[in-house]
Design a protein around this ligand. Structure first.
Ligand SMILES: CC(C)(COP(=O)(O)OP(=O)(O)OC[C@H]1O[C@@H](n2cnc3c(N)ncnc32)[C@H](O)[C@@H]1OP(=O)(O)O)[C@@H](O)C(=O)NCCC(=O)NCCS
Length: 164
C-alpha cells in the first residue's frame, strides 16, 4: 500500500488528533493538544505534511523553519499504518520542503529509548546533543532527550517521496 502525501492545514486538525492520541506513549505526555497544534500552525514558517492511505489518515509531520534551520516538531504514524514506509516518507518530504525553504539542516528532539531512533538514524540523522532527564514518566522515571540533526545539501534538489 502506498500513502498519498500532501500539505496539511488547520482543517486537518481533527484527523491529526485522532492519530495523535493513538500514536504517542501516554507515559511521557508527548502528545500535543489541538490548541497547541493550531497555535503552532498559526505561526510563520510552520508547515504540516499529511499522509493518507485508502482515505484514512496514516500520519503527519509538523515542522518549522527558524532562520536557516528547520525543526521537525512532531512525527506520528497511526499504529495501523506502521512498518511500510510512511514515517520515512514523511521525513523525506519534510527534508525536501525544508531544503526548498533554504534550511541547511533539519533538527529534532527524541526520547533516548524511543524506537523512532532507528528510523531517524536510517534517515541520516546523527546525535548532536543530549539533555539529561528531560522526559519525566508517569512512573517517576526520567529519560534523556537526544537532539538529532541531518544536514541538507542545498546544492542538490531533494525529491518528494511517497511511502512504498
Ligand atoms: C516512529 C514512527 C513515526 C515510525 O513510523 P513508520 O511508518 O512505522 O516507519 P517506517 O515504516 O517508515 O520505518 C522506516 C524504518 O525505520 C525503522 N523503524 C521504524 N519504526 C521502528 C521501530 N518501532 N523499531 C525499530 N525500527 C523502526 C526501521 O528501520 C524501518 O526500516 P525498514 O523499512 O527497513 O524496516 C511511528 O512508530 C510512530 O508514530 N511512533 C509514535 C510517535 C513517535 O514516537 N514519534 C517520534 C517522536 S520524536
Amino acid at each position: 500500500m502506498s500513502a498519498i502525501l500532501r500539505e496539511g492545514n488547520e482543517g486537518d486538525i481533527g484527523a491529526i488528533m485522532e492519530v495523535m492520541v493513538r500514536a504517542f506513549d501516554p507515559a511521557y505526555g508527548e502528545a500535543w493538544s489541538a490548541g497547541q497544534c493550531l497555535g503552532m500552525l498559526s505561526l510563520p514558517g510552520v508547515w504540516l505534511s499529511f499522509a493518507e492511505e485508502s482515505g484514512h489518515t496514516a500520519g503527519f509531520a509538523l515542522s518549522r523553519l527558524l532562520i536557516d534551520e528547520a525543526e521537525l516538531l512532531l512525527l506520528a504514524v497511526d499504529p495501523d499504518a506502521r512498518g511500510h514506509g510512511v514515517g520515512r516518507a514523511l521525513i523525506e518530504r519534510t527534508v525536501a520542503i525544508a531544503a526548498g525553504k533554504g534550511a541547511h539542516r533539519l533538527l529534532l528532539e527524541v526520547r533516548d529509548d524511543n524506537p523512532a531512533l532507528e528510523l531517524y538514524r536510517g534517515a541520516g540523522f546523527g546525535e548532536i546533543g543530549r539533555r539529561r532527564d528531560y522526559y519525566h514518566g508517569a512512573d517517576g522515571t526520567t529519560r534523556d532527550a537526544l537532539t538529532l540533526a541531518r544536514p541538507i545539501d542545498m546544492d542538490r534538489p531533494v525529491a518528494l517521496s511517497t511511502a512504498r
